[in-house]
Design a protein around this ligand. Sequence first.
Ligand SMILES: [Zn+2]
Length: 61
Amino acid sequence: MATDPVCKMNVESEKAAGKAEYGGQVYYFCSDICHKAFVANPEKYTSGAATADHSCCGSHK
Ligand SMILES: [Zn+2]
């Protein structure tokens, strides 16, 4: 189990919608939206300063 760094949701790596490598670590994403947000600004999400952004996940069941 991995944690989506954008929305802090738990993501099963095998079912992740997206995957990105940053700073030698691999991150998994619940959705393409989170993936794109991370790739656009990885430092924001790896610094620990960002609060969870659930805008991507409002429709998650
Ligand atoms: Zn997400």
